[in-house]
Design a protein around this ligand. Structure first.
Ligand code: NDP
Length: 490
């Protein structure tokens, strides 16, 4: 039987970058079967050997950095420089996950408390088994590796389904892994379209699904996982806000805002989409922004829209925003598929699609607010809650605002900086999903806690978990508990 294939295309030129099999549900199930055996072997290697192998994988990836960056460039259309940055960030995460897994997940003693005085308690985090990673195309290395690196370090085997737009990068990540771990297929890539991902998520031997993509697809994946009670991590879209307070460095804020919104053609889940500027500095900030945006061009500083279907959504948002608001830069004519030039529109109503829905393009809406408090209220009035940014010279005030921002991550006086700090967890709330990748939380996301309590000696006259327990033992317990917990402090 011949296997059907599909092509990955260079979105800038339409040229074929590679041809890959559309793996059938049977092929996916075979991969999961192989992963199950590989998972047992990988788990038994232990933390120290896994760390050694993962650091070796990091070195292999670093040695192939240029080749991988070129492939990311071809499949997504993003500039090679941006692809290189994506790979560098990936390496720092892989390094952190490998080096910290034992410390975060390894076996440790925990306190037992007075009533458990005769017990020794230990806690450790064990691997889940097979983890399925379903990834998007916008950061085809950094995003899936945010799950893959941490899940591998936690001792799991991975079956990875890359986006149909970036299969070549996914295949290469697994091929290079086999250079460091040749014995068993601990990291496998299965290629195909949505059905391939659906077959993977529905396999009952998969112990967790790490999904990154749109909120709509996350719901479908979750429904499939419900059949087997398979837990999922859902890293979905966002509508991140950027707040400029009255004491901000406006030049730095405009620079960061522009990059956060337009880099990667705005196809960044934590990209800037809504900008709220405090009245006192509004005009000055807009001057800084307009001065800078004239130098940013699609096809030069950033690439094309990778997914052809997204152009229609971006166009709809721009049409709607420019009708209702005041255009600062660009407009409907900025869409010249596959490229979209920067678009900045102010005073767009807060209930319009351009403000409410994820655009995933190089566009922003800007609104003047009375003060930072109003900016925060508008920022928080979103069904999404992924990232966000605050610009202010007052560190205390900015941190206070950041804590009140309803999102998983907030950057202060920089954009997206949290994603580059491996020890910080990454993930959202509400429509942006749940669960965390990166950091200690990201390691624990792919592990199950194992609790052990061992009785070291029997407490004389205090055998509470026995049918031989008498009234005197209960009385002693009540006296002890009253002594320990019965004093009120006013
Ligand atoms: P999609 O939701 O379209 O697809 C994501 C992945 O799911 C792809 O690999 C896709 O495969 C696969 N898939 C599609 N249908 C199913 C199904 N029924 N069952 C299982 N898998 C399926 O998202 P995009 O690829 O378009 O990515 C863009 C979205 O991802 C944006 O909304 C963005 O905000 C979000 N994102 C979130 C990030 C985060 O960390 N929070 C990071 C990066 C992006 P195929 O491509 O073959 O259809």
């Amino acid at each position: 039987m011949t296997t059907l294939t599909f092509d990955s295309l260079n979105p800038a030129t339409g040229e074929i970058v590679g041809s890959h099999p559309k793996q059938t549900p049977d092929a996916v199930h075979e991969a999961v079967g192989r992963a199950q055996e590989a998972a047992a072997w990988w788990a038994a290697l232990g933390h120290a050997e896994r760390r050694r192998r993962l650091l070796d994988y990091k070195a292999v990836l670093a040695q192939h950095l240029k080749e991988l960056a070129e492939l990311v460039h071809q499949e997504t259309g993003k500039p090679v420089g941006d692809a290189t940055l994506e790979l560098v960030l990936t390496l720092t995460h892989l390094d952190w996950a490998a080096r910290n897994a034992q410390k975060v997940l390894g076996r440790r003693r925990v306190a037992t408390g007075m009533i458990g005085l005769n017990l020794a308690a230990t806690l450790e985090y064990l691997p889940l088994g097979v983890v399925a990673v379903i990834g998007p195309w916008n950061y085809p290395v950094f995003t899936p590796m945010g799950s893959i690196a941490y899940a591998l370090a936690a001792g799991n085997a991975i079956v990875f389904k890359p986006s149909e737009l970036t299969p070549g990068v996914g295949v290469r990540l697994a091929e290079l892994f086999a250079e460091s771990v040749p014995e068993h297929p601990v990291l496998q890539t299965v290629t195909g379209l949505g059905e391939t991902g659906a077959a993977l998520a529905a396999d009952p031997r998969v112990k967790k699904v790490a999904f990154t993509g749109s909120t709509a697809t996350a719901k479908r994946v979750m429904a499939a996982c419900a059949e087997n009670l398979t837990p999922i991590v859902a890293e979905c879209g966002g509508k991140d806000a950027f707040i400029v307070d009255d004491d901000a460095d406006l030049g730095a804020a405009a620079d960061a805002c522009l990059w956060g919104a337009m880099a990667n053609a705005g196809q960044t889940c934590v990209g800037v989409e809504r900008v709220y500027v405090v009245d006192a500095v509004y005009e000055s900030f807009m001057r800084e922004l307009s001065g800078r945006v004239s130098k940013v061009k699609a096809g030069e500083q950033y690439g094309p829209i990778t997914m052809p279907g997204q152009v229609e959504i971006i166009k709809r948002h721009i049409d709607d925003a420019t009708k209702a608001g005041k255009v600062i830069t660009g407009g409907p004519g900025s869409v010249r598929a596959p490229y979209v030039d920067p678009v900045i529109v102010e005073d767009v109503p807060e209930d319009s699609p351009a403000v409410r829905e994820e655009t995933f393009g190089p566009t922003i809406t800007v609104r003047r607010t009375r003060d930072a408090q109003e900016a925060l209220s508008l920022a928080n009035a979103s069904s999404y809650g992924l990232g966000g940014t605050i610009f202010s010279r007052n560190a205390r005030r900015a941190t206070e605002l950041a804590r009140l921002m309803r999102s998983g991550m907030t950057a202060i006086n920089s954009v997206i900086s949290f994603a580059g700090v491996p020890s910080l967890p990454f993930g959202g709330i509400d429509d942006s999903g749940f669960g965390r990748i990166h950091g200690a939380d990201g390691l624990r996301e792919f592990a199950r806690s194992k609790a052990i309590a061992r009785q070291r000696f029997a407490l004389p006259g205090m055998n509470l978990t026995s049918f031989n327990r008498g009234p005197a033992e209960l009385e002693r317990l009540v006296r002890l508990v009253t002594f320990l917990h019965g004093r009120r402090k006013r």
